[in-house]
Design a protein around this ligand. Sequence first.
Ligand SMILES: [Zn+2]
Length: 124
Amino acid sequence: MSENPIVTVYKVISISSAHELCLPYESKCNQIHGHNWKIETWLTGKLNESKMVVDFTIIKREVMKLDHTNINSYVEPSTAENIAVYLAQKLYQLEPTNLVKVKVRVWETETSYAEYEYVPSSQE
Ligand SMILES: [Zn+2]
């Protein structure tokens, strides 16, 4: 058995939140509105002392900070793409010494998602 295996954990979390965009063209998204967002997360890293990559409840707690909020209070602009970047970086900060990459997929509707994979450079 590997002394220091690299493992991926996955968690999916549903949140209901508002957002509004400021697009330079006519769009209904420029008015504040809500979505039932599905947030999928993949955290890859070395195991900690508890033999976990990161506790699933900690992942959920971090994502749930956006539940029942106006996401614009956290991320500007609040596009699905930018929310994915924001969450990947927030999740990486949970265990920065263990994690080697974090992927987040933000489903804005049942047919549309944005995905971002954060891989910190070795210079950091
Ligand atoms: Zn929207």
